[in-house]
Ligand binder design. Sequence first.
Ligand code: NAD
Ligand code: TDX
Length: 374
Amino acid sequence: MNTYLVTGAAGFIGANFVHYLREAEPDAFIVVVDSLTYAGNLASIADLMEDTARFAFCKADICDAEAISNIFDKYQPTFVVNFAAESHVDRSIEDPQIFIKSNILGVQVLLDAVRKAWVVAKDDKGYPIWKEGCRYLQVSTDEVYGSLGKEGFFTEDMPLKPRSPYSAAKSSADLITLASVETFHLPAVITRCSNNYGPYQFPEKLIPLVLNNILQSKPLPIYGDGSNVRDWLYVEDHCRAIYKVLHGGRVGEAYNIGGHNEYSNLELVKIILRTVRQLMEEEPKYRELLRVEEAKRADVSWISEGLITFVKDRLGHDARYAIDPSKIHGELGWQPTTKFPQGIVKTVRWYLEHQDWVKDIVEGDYQNYYSKMY
Ligand code: NAD
Ligand code: TDX
């Protein structure tokens, strides 16, 4: 039976990953470590937490070396997947410090804990000899490559050229991970994925923010002129790719993950508007979720491009991200299975059907954040 230590799994992708893992490997023991920042939400893993024979939750900060060391001693994981990070670019522009701490220092703490737990001896040159079969996976992002022009794709051999405090911190994490591979032969792999969408994403990010605003008939803020391009991947496809890299990726290698699915922000918001309106028209039960007056619930024609508003651009806004996934496809046979038109309908439905989850967030501190940002 494998024991997986998954950090940051009370957040968006981590929560999806532990759900995926439970299906992929039913007898695995999963230990979640999360400090429950504003982005961490136990409601996202509540169903798993009931299964105490196969699941444990530890509230701990990955920067806290003593707490992390105790968790390693207690659970003796064979696989570590690090999702824990500050993840929102706009917040990194407002206040970079915590990004440096969690996204860099926290990673070094994990790498140190891994070394302490998994090194069994030293060879005659002084290099550590590692416990058989153990692996560390650092979840990184395509943002480490910086920004593309209209042409071309990110490949793994490109230099790292981060342009925001968030992506600079994530790039640093990649570099210290790779340094541990060189210096200590630490059995680590890295994944760099494009923008994810799907269930449990915190509504500060574009897709759930837009959905939440539509339900209140509030303006949909698009930064700049809306021409910035992102490459979207359904979160479950990302989780499957991480699992493949963890078990089949070559130590010391980074793997790009993406599905050739580029949209400008303006195009994307128009697609969301069309999807929501269509669902409201076809399934009247969803209209009850609209937090607007009765006339607007009866006639949903206002769910249209008229809600879009162009606002001040993000500082240093990366123009375009686009992933070349040929390495993971060629080496590990991974490719996405969820096509965007189906994925976006699934996502919109999920948010409509989980308004309790959304409301718990947007009725709290989120309101202060929103009024400060918009
Ligand atoms: P998220 O903000 O939704 O979740 C982050 C989680 O980490 C939260 O549960 C939070 O409580 C926890 N956390 C933060 N700091 C911590 C700390 N110091 N100690 C312990 N826990 C801490 O983020 P997400 O969107 O799920 O992203 C997860 C990872 O994937 C991040 O490393 C991010 O850089 C990477 N990534 C995200 C995307 C995307 O589109 N969202 C794409 C590529 C890569
Ligand atoms: O209100 C908004 N209006 C807007 O136009 C918001 C919140 C965003 N945007 C734009 C900025 C981006 O071009 O939409 C695009 C997507 O924005 P985000 O959802 O904030 O994601 P992004 O900045 O692209 O970063 C995401 O993908 C890569 C994740 O948040 C990162 O953690 C991941 O590494």
